[in-house]
Design a protein around this ligand. Structure first.
Ligand code: SF4
Ligand code: SF4
Length: 373
């Protein structure tokens, strides 16, 4: 798998622009652990050498947020290179033990937490389990399905109150497999892609709604590469919210709160999915609210610091990346940071609790519900 990167590695001019923009490098400030460390690791493996400790660390200090690729003058795909190196390491059981354990739980239990599948049923309102012939299915994703139940509950309430019909998979829902993809467990990821796509197609779903930015990217961009294009459309909840706001099915109260919010573009929805307008339109529709942009926004948005196994591998570094993000929202004078990914939310709330930084962090659907008429 690494072989196909041989020529690309020769193209790198070592300009280090990627290092300057990488959100993890901004915390560790060590070039040997930044994007060039990953390139160095790939070169070492390709000439049959052993990775140094720094090269190994560098490979796992990457959320695959794709910011380096965007700023690189040659658009070199460092995140794909990281995936290929991790694939080679996992093949010979040299990945971090914590990663192996998480991957095992995703394969065996259908979620990274190792929780029973049946626990997902508690969120499904009576009579709303998906059966054959359904049209729209809402997937909670793992973080809202097991840890942040209030996000899924708010999503169900918003859709129900605005007359949007849907059903849910409950215990049949399984993790999209992003962690498997990020860490090079590509056979397991392909199997998961096939399983998830077939289940939804057999039920007859024409639209699948997801809360998680990762699920959005995985179903739309990664499943076609790992398995095939699904026969159903996959929409993120921000797209549904925008449709409901545009059609007048969601109306907001007239408020004079004068609160200031900032919006964080999750990597998988923004840089990967190209969705920037919908969440901003929704937030701007709430009267009495001022939306301010973070200094790093849209294509240049900073990652929250958690994905791809960085949080279990290096919790302190991961938390400091999240802390930089929360501070950047404070810097623009925001009272609250609104996010549209429960995975980012879970991590940022943890960072807030540990650091004591004073800023509200809100998931966008919950935020909409709080302001709905
Ligand atoms: S993908 Fe993101 S975290 Fe990884 S090297 Fe590039 S900018 Fe840094
Ligand atoms: S920005 Fe691109 S060319 Fe420059 S060092 Fe990074 S990967 Fe190499």
């Amino acid at each position: 798998m690494l072989e196909k990167f041989r020529d690309i590695l020769e193209e790198c001019t070592e300009c280090n622009l990627c290092f300057e923009e990488c959100p993890i490098s901004a915390v560790i400030k060590d070039e040997t652990l930044g994007p060039l460390g990953k390139i160095s690791a790939a070169r070492t493996l390709l000439r049959g050498g052993e990775l140094s400790d720094d090269e190994y660390k560098s490979v796992y200090l990457c959320t695959r947020c794709r910011k380096c690729e965007v700023v690189c003058p040659l658009n070199l795909p460092v995140p794909d290179l990281v995936q290929a190196i991790r694939y080679e390491l996992a093949k010979v059981n040299r990945e971090p033990e914590k990663h192996r354990a998480i991957a095992k739980r995703i394969v065996e239990y259908g979620n990274p937490m190792g929780q029973p599948a049946e626990a997902r049923d508690r969120l499904v309102p009576e009579g709303m389990h998906a059966t054959k012939g359904i049209d729209t299915v809402y997937l909670t994703g793992c973080w809202s399905g097991y840890e942040l139940l209030d996000v899924a509950e708010a999503t169900i309430e918003v859709m129900t109150r605005s007359g949007f019909e849907f059903s849910m998979l409950g215990s049949k829902e399984k993790c999209c497999g992003l962690f498997l993809i990020d860490n090079g467990y590509l056979d397991a990821a392909s199997k998961r892609a096939e399983e998830n796509v077939k289940l939804l197609e057999e039920l007859g779903a024409s639209t699948v709604v997801v809360s998680c930015a990762a699920c959005y990217d995985v179903y739309n961009e990664m499943y076609p590469k790992l398995y095939r294009e699904p026969k159903f459309k996959v929409k993120h909840m921000v797209q549904i919210l925008k449709e409901l706001v545009d059609s007048g099915k969601i109306k907001f109260r007239n408020e004079n709160s004068e609160s200031v919010v900032a919006y964080m573009d999750p990597c998988h929805l923004g840089r990967c999915g190209g969705i920037y307008g919908a969440p901003r339109t929704i937030l701007k529709s709430i009267q009495g609210l001022e939306l301010r942009e973070l200094y790093n926004n849209r294509e240049l948005a900073s990652c929250c610091g958690s994905p791809a196994g960085v949080k279990p591998f290096a919790p302190e570094i991961s938390n400091n990346v999240g802390l930089n993000l929360l501070k950047s929202a404070q810097d623009v004078g925001a009272d609250a940071l609104v996010v549209s990914c429960p995975f980012c939310l879970y991590h940022l709330q943890d960072v807030k609790n540990k650091s004591g930084v004073k800023i509200e962090i809100k998931e966008i659907t919950q935020f909409v519900l709080e302001h709905m008429r």
